[in-house]
Unconditional design. Structure first.
Lengths: 367, 491
């Protein structure tokens, strides 16, 4: 039976030619009114998400995927590590994001002499008008909604570890006082893979705390021409705030409500198990080149990313395709290669791709 | 409250038919493939009819297994819904809706979307589960070809030359023989006193029927005849042995002047008459013993007479046995005579032109091109050395020369120091590579004469005689062959 040219109630998906989106019942007056609110919220999420991406694109040329993934990490309540050679616009991307969401933004340039107190803050003796001297905690730049940890691998491990608690718990402890960071708290670290002299590679524990690791590669010719036009002529990006903190928090809350079917969760779990050497689903490259596979945070990252992706496409549920799309950014920094892998200069991306190729989306009878 | 997913479930149930159809096809092809593999091996060792029957059973079995597999093995609705989602591009909507439960508004929205998608149409069963040739089907031709090759080989190897209708003359001989056998059989069947068992009567009837059947070839009829003749001949020898033993016993028991007449009858082969006389003597003796007992005569004399009575009774039993044996032997000989006559008449009917007896082709006339044109050519043709095996008959008669077998025999050798074993061999056949010093014609004639002698002495049972006679006639050299030529090798 030939497929109908247009299915009633369906709208074509511009991002996936040939694919169709499911029928939207919200426009049908017979639809249950209780779900109406959810449909409105999902539509709003999709609209705002796309607005944010569009707004960042005003400043950033190319890197559409990276922009969407950074936005995804923001709404998934995660942090992003951007890796790329200098001059590709990593810092600019983060600044554009901060401008677009109208939140408090801090930029910390990591250097070898940067101290933890320079990030977290310090307790100072303050004299009031009456001459009374008191201790007061002077908040550091980490007390912001969007923190850019520029060239994060240049700071000493001691300083890098100052970020651990903040990234995981969203709290900062100074002395015996714990301060809660304002939501959203979003850390974007950047590092370049070239200059390894005088750098301190991030420890695995800290790498694991980044939801995604994004690689920023060279632009194509057209994009590069556009960058030249924008940066060598009088150009006003005109980025304006798309929404405020409250809206971001609402969107983060909405993400958590998106349901994920069992077969999708199992697919994500199988992918992560596929990165474990000598597991029954591990493909040959994993057994050969990987020393340690992904932690359970890898599953969390994929599922949260899948939820955001589903909402950004106007769907009420996450699918296996969403999980698959999140696998590379969520897992590439969680694999530790063995000596053979390092010696043969194996990229973790190729290992993850091998896992994706080997793991079926569904196993009959064991969804 | 969970929303109703009836449309989704209905859609999945509809799609499950496609899944089961594919599973049926797969199970069918898989079973057929492995069955054919087994059949391709077995087909070389069983008759073609059995293979064909087995293939039919195999197809039926594969169909049953496919049906059972598709019915009993449950299909996973989630997997089916996922397959549909992949085809329809609905991002796992149906699959998720079947798993998501609860009162959450999101879940209800998913259910509503799934129901809408299921009701809106989309890809049909054939699109979601397209009818594809199962993977095993691609390999089916190989074992099928193997089966076919085996059957073809068996058919070709078992192919028989076209049946030749028996001539009128042959049928007349066969019908006459059949009638003779039938007469014997009827007569013996009517004879209540006959101790011939029903097995023999059945064998006679079967041979008579076979001779009457026009579909049966002469050589097959002769073969059956030979089989029966061999059996009867064997029985005849046994009966003769028994008869000899009975005669010895009877002669031993038939002593005394009073049995003089009975002995004469025995010597003349009249056992029944002899038995009657002995019976009379027994009755007289019994009467005499009774009288002596009444008269209270001497006990010793009575015992003597009783002993004599016992001997006479034994003699009577032997004579009756001899009479029965004689009748059985008479039957055997009568049947053997008839068989001999039939075989002789059938053998005299003419040549077995082109008829093959197992691997030996007899009596085929030499094609005109191969006949020697003159004496010189004939001399050369039969002159040794020749590189060919027997030009006077078909090559298949002898085939390739084989190394002669030697008989070995071991003997005790008495040595001075100790005992040991020594052995010596004796070559019983002609050497396969050496020159024969005997002319071929002489050798062939001598062999034929020996065969005729054996037939005359009745060492060869009827039925086989025709074969043997025809074979040796075929070995005879052409009359053009000059006498005195060496026989060549292996003649």
């Amino acid at each position: 039976m030939p497929r109908p040219a247009s299915r009633p109630g369906g709208t074509s998906d511009p991002r996936r030619p040939g694919r169709r989106r499911p029928a939207r019942r919200a426009k049908d007056p017979t639809v249950n009114q209780e779900t109406g609110d959810v449909r409105v919220q999902v539509d709003a999420f999709q609209r705002d998400f796309n607005r944010l991406v569009t707004e960042i694109r005003k400043e950033i040329v190319g890197y559409d995927e990276q922009i969407r993934l950074v936005a995804t990490a923001l709404f998934a309540r995660g942090h992003v590590l951007l890796e790329g050679v200098p001059g590709l616009g990593k810092t600019q991307l983060v600044k554009a994001l901060a401008q677009a969401i109208h939140t408090r933004f801090s930029r910390i340039q990591f250097t070898p002499d940067l101290m933890p107190a320079d990030i977290v803050g310090t307790t100072m003796v303050v004299e009031d008008a009456g001459g009374q001297k008191t201790f007061r905690f002077q908040r550091g730049p980490i007390f912001a909604n969007v923190v850019l940890a520029d060239e994060i691998n240049r700071a000493t491990p001691k300083t890098q570890s100052a970020l651990l608690e903040a990234m995981q718990e969203h709290t900062v402890t100074s002395g015996d006082t714990t301060y809660r960071l304002e939501e959203p708290f979003f850390v974007l670290g950047t590092q370049n893979p070239l200059e390894m002299e005088g750098t301190y590679p991030l420890p695995e524990a800290q790498l694991d705390r980044f939801l995604f690791k994004l690689t920023v590669d060279y632009l194509g010719e057209d994009d590069l021409v556009e960058v030249m036009n924008r940066t060598t002529k009088a150009h006003q990006s005109g980025i304006g705030p798309v929404f405020d903190i409250d809206r971001i928090n609402q969107m983060i809350e909405l993400v958590r409500r998106v349901p994920v079917a069992d077969h999708v969760v199992r697919y994500a779990v199988r992918i992560v198990r596929g990165t474990h050497p000598r597991s029954e689903v591990a493909p040959e490259p994993v057994n050969r080149f990987v020393k340690y596979g992904s932690s359970p945070r890898g599953v969390q990252a994929m599922i949260l990313g899948a939820k955001v992706r589903a909402l950004s496409e106007g769907r009420h549920h996450a699918s296996c395709a969403d999980v698959k799309a999140m696998a590379l950014p969520a897992l590439r920094h969680r694999l530790i290669l063995n000596f053979e892998g390092e010696a043969e200069d194996v990229r973790t991306d190729s290992v993850v791709e091998a896992v994706l190729a080997a793991v079926p989306e569904i196993r009959e009878g064991a969804a | 409250m969970t929303s109703s997913l009836a449309p989704v479930r209905a859609r999945v149930a509809e799609l499950a038919h496609g899944r089961r159809r594919n599973r049926r096809a797969s199970a069918f092809c898989k079973t057929l493939f492995w069955g054919l593999c087994a059949a391709a091996v077995v087909a070389w060792f069983v008759p073609v009819q059995t293979t064909v029957l087995a293939l039919g059973v195999l197809v039926a079995l594969a169909a049953v297994i496919a049906l059972v597999a598709a019915t009993l093995i449950p299909v996973d609705p989630i997997a089916i819904a996922k397959r549909y989602d992949d085809r329809a591009g609905t991002h796992d909507l149906l699959a998720s809706s079947l798993q998501l439960e609860g009162d959450d508004a999101f879940v209800r929205a998913v259910h509503e979307d799934a129901c809408a998608a299921a009701e809106a149409g989309g890809p049909g069963t054939r699109e979601v589960f397209p009818t594809r040739l199962p993977r095993e089907a691609r390999w089916l031709p190989y074992p099928a070809l193997g089966c076919g090759a085996a059957m073809l080989f068996l058919v070709l190897s078992a192919a028989t030359p076209p049946q030749r209708a028996p001539s009128e003359e042959e049928m007349a001989v066969r019908l006459s023989g059949a009638q003779a056998l039938q007469d014997i059989r009827d007569r013996l069947a009517r004879d209540e006193a006959s101790e011939l068992n029903s097995e023999r009567l059945r064998a006679l009837q079967a041979l008579a029927d076979l001779l009457k059947n026009e579909q049966i070839q002469r050589k097959d009829a002769l073969a059956e005849l030979a089989k029966l003749a061999a059996q009867l001949d064997k029985e005849r020898r046994e009966l003769e042995g028994r008869k000899l033993a009975a005669e010895k016993n009877a002669t031993r028991l038939a002593k005394g002047e009073d049995l003089k007449d009975a002995r004469r009858d025995m010597e003349g082969g009249k056992y029944r008459e002899a038995a009657a006389k002995v019976q009379k003597k027994i009755e007289e003796l019994q009467k005499k013993i009774e009288e002596l007992k009444k008269a209270k005569a001497d006990q010793l004399e009575i015992e003597k007479m009783e002993q004599r009575l016992k001997e006479l009774q034994q003699l009577l039993a032997e004579l009756l046995d001899l009479d029965a044996l004689g009748r059985e032997l008479g039957f055997e000989l009568e049947v053997l005579d008839v068989l001999d006559r039939i075989e002789g008449e059938l053998g005299e009917l003419g040549e077995f032109d082109g008829e093959e007896f197992d691997n030996v082709q007899l009596g085929r006339p030499r094609p005109p091109g191969e006949r020697p044109e003159n004496d010189e050519e004939a001399r050369q043709l039969f002159a040794y050395p020749s590189n060919e095996d027997g030009r006077g008959h078909n090559k298949t008669v002898l085939g390739q020369a084989k190394r002669a077998l030697t008989e070995r025999q071991e003997e005790e050798a008495r040595l001075r120091e100790s005992k040991g074993r020594s052995s010596f061999g004796q070559v019983k056949t002609a050497n396969d590579r050496s020159r024969s010093q005997l002319a071929y014609k002489e050798a062939a004639l001598a062999a034929k004469q020996a065969a005729e002698d054996a037939i005359y002495r009745q060492n060869i049972p009827p039925g086989y005689r025709t074969y043997i006679r025809t074979y040796f006639e075929a070995l005879q050299p052409d009359e053009h062959a000059a006498a005195g030529q060496p026989a060549g090798r292996d003649k």
